[in-house]
Write a protein that binds this ligand. Structure first.
Ligand code: APR
Length: 182
């Protein structure tokens, strides 16, 4: 269910409400933890849908720093790749959380470009178990992706903000409006 569509240059940005494991895109982004060895939330859903080979590949990666991301294949998912991003745990906003969250969105775009991917989908990183306030997280997410794509499109044709709830989609739509993108 597409809630909003915007264009930045030749790149289409969509806000949808869906289960990210169902999307037929080049890469889906996972909201992982630093171990990259799975967890609950969207991390658990992606590992369940991708099958055990995903964890086997993740074990070879040696973890990932907060604010960054690493890429694996997608295995049984429709998505060809999974980009495992490690978002910050919200600690009140005084621990560089916004910059670390922006780093997840930016690194995912860089990894997509390195692998010549045309489409990728993000969940609302850090807004579940990591308790990042949803409205602020949406502004960081949309603002970072919009600024990065405007500056360097990286050949990416479609970016999807795949929200799990209508409220999350509203937060992302508000962010697009606040940024004058619609
Ligand atoms: N598809 C899309 N979005 C989803 C799905 C799904 N199948 N399942 C959950 N979400 C949404 C949540 O509603 C939330 O908006 O993903 C967002 C991120 O929530 P979490 O999965 O809890 O991730 P996060 O807050 O980043 O916490 C990461 O949780 O699962 C563990 O191993 C993970 O330790 C890490 C921590």
């Amino acid at each position: 269910m597409t809630e909003l569509t915007a264009e930045i240059g030749k790149t289409r940005l969509d806000v949808i409400v869906a289960d990210i494991t169902t999307l037929d895109v080049d890469a889906i982004v996972n909201a992982a933890n630093r171990s990259l060895l799975g967890g609950g939330g969207v991390d658990g859903a992606i590992h369940r849908a991708a099958g055990p080979e995903l964890l086997a590949e993740c074990r070879m990666l040696g973890g990932c720093e907060t604010g960054s991301a690493k890429i694996t294949r997608g295995y049984r998912l429709k998505a060809r790749y999974v980009i495992h991003a490690v978002g910050p745990v919200w600690s009140g906003g005084g621990k560089n959380e916004e910059a670390l969250l922006a780093g997840c969105y930016r690194t995912a775009l860089d990894l997509a470009a390195e692998h010549r991917l045309k489409s990728l989908a993000y969940p609302a990183i850090s807004t579940g178990i990591y308790r990042f306030p949803a409205a602020l997280a949406a502004r960081v997410a949309v603002g970072t992706v919009a600024a990065e794509i405007a500056a360097r499109p990286r050949g990416i044709e479609q970016v999807i903000f795949c929200c799990f709830t209508q409220d999350s989609a509203e937060q992302h739509k508000n962010a697009f409006a606040d940024l004058g993108l619609v």
